[in-house]
Design a protein. Structure first.
Length: 139
C-alpha cells in the first residue's frame, strides 16, 4: 500500500477533528456571552411578591434559561407566564426551579398547565430542581 492510498482514509478523520475544534471555538467566542440578563420586570429586582425570575437568552433566540427564586404563589406566577410567552415556538427552554418555593398544590397545578402550553408549542423543555418536591410533606 502506497502513501497516497492511505491519505484518503485519514482525510475524513482529520476533517472530523477540525470540525470539532471549530465547534469548540464557536462555543467560547466572546460574542456568544453577550446576551442580556434580566430579572423580573427590573434589573435584579424581585417582583412585589418576592419572586425573582432570571432570564438569559441565547443571542440567536434558540434557547432561553429561566431561573426562579423565591415564593411562587398564584399571585406571582404571572411573571412566569410572561417569561414563557416570550419563548419562541420549537425552541429550547431550560427552567431552573432549585430555589423556588411553591405555596401549595394549586400553584404546582398552574405551573403544570403552563408547561403543557409550552409542550403544545413544541418547546423543548428541561427542568431542574424539582427533585426536592418529593421530600415536601403533602397536605
Amino acid at each position: 500500500m502506497s502513501l497516497s492510498e492511505s491519505r484518503p482514509q485519514s482525510a475524513p478523520v482529520l476533517r472530523t477533528i477540525a470540525a470539532g475544534w471549530r465547534r469548540v471555538l464557536v462555543m467560547v467566542r466572546p460574542q456568544r456571552f453577550g446576551a442580556q440578563i434580566t430579572y423580573g420586570d427590573q434589573q435584579s429586582a424581585p417582583t412585589e411578591h418576592g419572586l425573582v425570575i432570571g432570564v438569559i437568552d441565547d443571542p440567536e433566540l434558540a434557547m432561553r434559561l429561566v431561573s426562579v427564586r423565591g415564593p411562587v404563589t398564584l399571585a406571582s406566577i404571572d411573571a412566569l407566564v410572561v417569561a414563557f410567552e416570550e419563548v419562541r415556538d420549537c425552541s429550547r427552554l431550560h427552567l431552573d426551579l432549585t430555589d423556588a418555593e411553591f405555596a401549595d398544590r394549586a400553584v404546582i397545578s398552574s405551573l403544570a398547565g403552563l408547561l403543557d402550553e409550552l409542550d403544545d408549542r413544541r418547546v423543548h423543555l428541561r427542568i431542574v430542581g424539582l427533585g426536592r418536591l418529593a421530600t415536601l410533606p403533602v397536605d
